[in-house]
Design a protein around this ligand. Sequence first.
Ligand SMILES: [Zn+2]
Length: 174
Amino acid sequence: MKKVCAWCGKDMGVHPSEDNSERMITHGMCEECINNVFAGSRIELGTFLDTFAAPVLVVDETACVITANKQARMLFHKDLPDIEHLEPGDVFECAYAKLPAGCGKTIHCDGCTIRNTIMDTLQSGKSHLKTPAYLHTGTPDDCTKIDLLISTERVKGVVMLRIEIVGSNEKTQR
Ligand SMILES: [Zn+2]
């Protein structure tokens, strides 16, 4: 089985398919990328994240966003201090995260592919590649549905979340 890093695209060589060690299950990410995630300072991590063309968020074990790359900050029109320690739904401006219960605690959250994918990767270490997901931005009564492809990777207790926007529908009145 030939593996390619899901993040930088580097050829990771051929791995025997019967190898079921944790490495095989968890890491669609090459050694170099893994080392770069925790190379040292926050500045080095930021520089590494900025090398990706797609928006990338880093989420901690409590599902709070720790940091985001330049592309993600542009996408969400937020500066780093406004992103750090927010729930993902608040970064995404999810319509349902604006409900009083907040991101992860509303009746809509059980079916949220973004949250479920992050939590699955946090708990099981399983990485996801280009999982179709969607997001409603705006308010619960007047929202725009945005189609996304999300990729996740657990690295040293945090989850890297890559977001690719597939398209958005016209505003839908509900
Ligand atoms: Zn890589």
